[in-house]
Design a protein around this ligand. Structure first.
Ligand SMILES: NC(=O)c1ccc[n+]([C@@H]2O[C@H](COP(=O)([O-])OP(=O)(O)OC[C@H]3O[C@@H](n4cnc5c(N)ncnc54)[C@H](OP(=O)(O)O)[C@@H]3O)[C@@H](O)[C@H]2O)c1
Length: 335
């Protein structure tokens, strides 16, 4: 109250333009506006990490009086890395799981691991090679839809994704590799989501998490195809989120911005800026805010905020240094 009164007094005390005191008043006003803007942005930035998890919203099937069934989640690329992290966390947090992967043995092992995490976790598996999506057509997903049947699926995690087989410039990449990456990262999640939307609508409120990458925002050299696919995912995800709102479907669609995570294909040392896949998945399930695009792991969000504040030439210099270093490390391992 006191602050509001002081601000009101200050604003009404504006000296005439010709008065030398006007400059001091103007500078003070500018300072106040900058501080207010900084405070607003800081609160906006921190809010998703401070609020409690909203995951319970997607466990509403447990409240269904006639049939208190555990909710089901579908996870793609579930057999390793972040996808496996999601499967383990969702099981621990009370979901049954439909696990999608290309390797039946890894899927069977994961089912056993999930039982160790939550003995009552029911699972079903669906074998599918995401790179082959265009050969098989969407008809292929009709098997998955049949497998889902009347299971109350309320969460879909579109996690499957990879970069091109080598860190190389565009002309060095195999054509098939480029097509595979676009299929896995973009065509597959788009067609899968199209097939599962009616199920998610009938089980709403429901949640779709689309796993993106910092590369989609900045366009990483020697990872240009991968970066492009993640930029598609971000725009598609955002558009779909608004589309759901326009159609009055209670489906929350969220694009997850991901920095470095220790995973099957990214064997970096675990650190505060490179969490384990499970820690990352836990953060993502906690930060199910209504934001359409979010970096769910706080330290990634901070890195991204700092990155965004830098001039483009500094970002380019950092990317050249970072990718150059990775290329040099790969080169020395191959020798
Ligand atoms: N890790 C990071 O630092 C990082 C950073 C930014 C974004 N991301 C994103 O996070 C997601 C997961 O990455 P990750 O690092 O966890 O990868 P990962 O450890 O290599 O795991 C990838 C998962 O996708 C599956 N997969 C790969 N190709 C497939 C195909 N053709 N068909 C079906 N399944 C396939 C793998 O199956 P197998 O087990 O059979 O190999 C595995 O289950 C990706 O979308 C990636 O772009 C990761």
């Amino acid at each position: 109250m006191e602050i509001t009164k002081s601000v009101a007094e200050f604003l009404t005390s504006r000296p005439p333009l010709t008065d030398p005191a006007f400059t001091k008043w103007g500078v003070t006003l500018l300072g106040m506006l900058t501080l207010a803007q900084f405070t607003r942005k800081t609160i906006e930035f921190l809010t998703p990490y401070l609020l409690p998890s909203r995951l319970n919203k997607f466990k509403h099937t447990l409240q269904n009086q006639s049939n208190k069934e555990k909710p089901w989640a579908v996870v793609t690329g579930s057999t390793d890395g972040i996808g496996k992290g999601f499967a383990l966390e969702l099981a621990a947090q009370g979901f049954n799981l439909i696990l999608i992967g290309r390797n039946p043995d890894k899927l069977a092992n994961l089912e056993k691991e999930l039982r160790a995490v939550a003995a009552d976790c029911q699972t079903a598996t669906y074998v599918s090679d995401a790179s082959k999506i265009q050969e098989k057509t969407t008809q292929d997903f009709s098997h998955l839809v049949r497998l889902i049947g009347s299971k109350p699926v309320t969460v879909l995690v579109n996690n499957v994704g990879r970069s091109t087989a080598k860190l190389a410039n565009l002309t060095e990449l195999e054509d098939q590799d480029i097509v595979d990456v676009i299929n896995i990262n973009d065509v597959y999640p788009t067609l899968l989501t199209k097939q599962l939307l009616p199920t998610l609508v009938s089980n709403s409120p429901s949640l779709i998490l689309n796993v993106g990458s910092m590369a989609g925002d900045h366009g990483f050299p020697f990872m240009t195809v991968y970066s492009g696919t993640k930029a598609y995912n971000k725009a598609w995800s955002r558009g779909l989120s608004v589309e759901m709102k326009m159609l009055e479907h209670k489906i929350q669609v969220q694009h997850l911005l991901v920095g470095s995570v220790n995973s099957g294909s990214n064997k970096v040392s675990v650190s505060i800026t490179s969490p384990t896949s499970r820690v990352f998945a836990r953060s993502a399930l906690k930060v199910t805010t209504t934001r359409k695009i979010v970096a769910p792991y706080f330290w990634h969000a901070l890195q991204m905020r700092i990155f965004e504040a830098l001039p483009e030439w500094v970002i380019d210099t950092m990317l050249i240094g970072m990718i150059g270093q990775i290329k040099a490390n790969i080169g020395s391992k191959e020798e």
